[in-house]
Design a protein around this ligand. Structure first.
Ligand SMILES: Cc1cc2nc3c(=O)[nH]c(=O)nc-3n(C[C@H](O)[C@H](O)[C@H](O)COP(=O)(O)O)c2cc1C
Length: 347
């Protein structure tokens, strides 16, 4: 890459156009494939390749799938009843899926598609690929970037042979990439990056709260070699967010930005609203990916009605103006600002 800036993969926000714009500016674009089925992954990879000849990363979710038990099935039907009552009360006409209709993606199928498409950089979150998949990537010469939210996770990634660790500070927007059992780590970026730098021997990308020259340079000082920006690009011309979502972001206060499990069953940082307030303490949140799947139609109805109270708007703790410029221009501005800052402060 010409510049060590990474356009964060942002499922639901990243478009092939955003990835291409980042790549063309000399940064690393990242195409988020989430848990999309393999055919859809191929379609998006090919769409991106038509827009740029530059390399870009593809990003997948590696959350281990929960065991399908009678208990889960029962919890699912209770959660569905709760959501049906909730949407009726809020005059939302939503058709929730049955447990049997939920389709889960096996990440191995996504990996086969990524290899077949000859993608040379893969990043992942929510887990770590199994040894066979890591071998396949190594044989193919694919660079692997894994997400860590604790020192322990970073060391596990390094020991497994992952090439680069993306250190995700607590301030970051979107889902926490945590993958160890138990309570998720709540470690702020300064503590986390600095300690991972002390203990790990792989190159580090930092993600979480970078929005200008000084935040980028702070991450550099703490040991990062790459700088991943997500929230800074939410308002960009290539973002998939609609205007009403961008407006909601611009009007949000600090106290509106929370960690919530309500939409997907995994903790993610975004805007609080009627849905998060109702669900978070309800006792009716299913494990990921079931919660994500069951709430998908509600979020779709809310999007059609342009109602930000019932959909997920992920965002980090660093509030910005959410510029509507192109992704490439936002990245170039950040680079220019950083170079000027250094010139002015290094005398
Ligand atoms: C809307 C949104 C969606 C995200 N989706 C993904 C994703 O699909 N994969 C991933 O690895 N990280 C995802 N993230 C996390 C980002 O990669 C990154 O860690 C985060 O945006 C950095 O913090 P910042 O938002 O303060 O820049 C998402 C973040 C946001 C804001």
């Amino acid at each position: 890459m010409e510049y060590p800036i990474v356009q964060a993969p942002m499922f639901g926000v990243t478009t092939p156009e955003m990835v291409a714009s980042a790549a063309e500016s000399g940064a690393l674009g990242s195409l988020s494939l989430g848990d999309l089925p393999a055919e859809k992954c191929v379609e998006l990879i090919r769409a991106t390749k038509t827009l740029t000849d530059k390399p870009f990363a593809v990003n997948i979710f590696l959350n281990p799938l929960p065991e399908q038990t009678e208990e889960l099935k029962l919890k699912y039907s209770q959660a569905k009843e709760f959501l049906k009552t909730f949407s009726a009360k809020n005059q939302l006409d939503v058709d929730y899926p049955n447990y049997e209709d939920i389709k889960l993606t096996d990440y191995h199928d996504q990996i086969q598609a990524i290899l077949a498409e000859n993608c040379k950089i893969v990043s992942f979150t929510f887990g770590i690929p199994d040894a066979g998949s890591i071998d396949l990537f190594k044989k193919n010469g694919t660079v692997m970037i894994g997400t860590a939210t604790s020192v322990e996770e970073a060391i596990i990634l390094e020991k497994a042979g992952i090439d680069i660790v993306c250190v995700q500070g607590y301030e970051a927007g979107g889902h926490r990439g945590s993958f160890m059992d138990g309570k998720i780590p709540e470690i702020g970026g300064i503590s986390l990056l600095s300690q991972i730098h002390d203990h790990a021997n792989v190159p580090l990308i930092y993600a979480g709260g970078i929005y200008d020259a000084k935040t980028l340079l702070a991450a550099k000082l703490l040991g990062a070699q790459g700088f991943q920006i997500g929230s800074l690009l939410l308002g960009s011309a290539e973002s998939a967010l609609q205007e009403f979502e961008k407006d909601r972001l611009k009007n949000a206060f600090e106290k509106d930005i929370v960690l919530t499990k309500s939409f997907s069953g995994r903790y993610g940082r975004g805007l609080k609203n009627i849905f998060t307030d109702t669900l978070d303490d309800s006792g009716y949140i299913l494990p990921y990916p079931y919660q994500n799947k069951i709430t998908a139609p509600l979020r779709m109805v809310a999007k059609l009605q342009q109602n930000p109270e019932f959909l997920s708007i992920w965002v980090g703790q660093s509030k910005t103006s959410y510029s509507g410029a192109s992704t490439g221009d936002i990245i170039m501005n950040l680079i220019e600002e950083t170079e000027n800052y250094r010139l002015n402060n290094e005398g």
